[in-house]
Design a protein. Structure first.
Length: 192
């Protein structure tokens, strides 16, 4: 009789174990909250003769991609007779910025063009702006970069006569020196 009782207890123990395994396997487990992806976005802002403020992603390796950016350029133009005029125009385009050199020879390059270089060719009304120079101030701890351009000479190409078949026809415009500040920081509040 004892063996019969032991067999029943063993069977009950096995069934209890199976119920426990099945219940545990099918139980609703708490869903782990997805952690947001770490962003590589940073605020790039211009103040002065160049004006813009956008949070951009992945700027600016030498081989691209070059982020979309909206820039207002306020430029002085010098006519052949020596008179000057000022123009201010907003463009949607692409941006490239990067520093180079070391010590007292450090400089910063800013390039901006008003067409999508991955999809389009430049045409009437398009521009390419470039300037190298500035006084660089960089805080490694906060990754806050400030570059001050004070009356530095840019180059501005106009593409009204551009021929995409021969890659010729860009005209250098007679622009005057510009002054502006560039800010580059992972603190996106600077772009709000």
């Amino acid at each position: 009789m004892k063996s019969h009782v032991h067999k029943r207890l063993a069977l009950v123990a096995v069934l209890f174990s199976l119920v426990f395994v099945v219940t545990n396997a099918t139980a609703i487990k708490p869903v782990k909250e997805d952690k947001p992806d770490k962003t590589t976005a940073e605020c790039i802002a211009f103040r002065g003769d160049l004006l813009g403020s956008d949070a951009v992603e992945g700027c600016c390796p030498n081989a691209g991609p070059w982020p979309a950016y909206t820039m207002t350029l306020t430029l002085g133009l010098q006519a052949e007779d020596g008179t000057t005029t000022s123009t201010s125009e907003e463009y949607d385009g692409q941006l490239f910025i990067n520093g180079g050199g070391s010590g007292p020879n450090q400089s910063y390059k800013v390039q901006f063009w008003s067409w999508d270089s991955d999809e389009d060719v430049p045409g009437v009304g398009d521009i390419f702006f470039e300037i190298t120079g500035g006084v660089i101030d960089y805080d490694r701890k906060s990754k806050f970069l400030s570059v001050n351009f004070l009356k530095e000479q840019p180059t501005l190409w106009l593409y009204d006569e551009w021929n995409p078949e021969t890659n010729t026809g860009a005209i250098v415009a007679p622009v005057l020196p510009v002054s502006f500040d560039l800010i580059r920081t992972p603190d996106l509040s600077y772009c709000e």
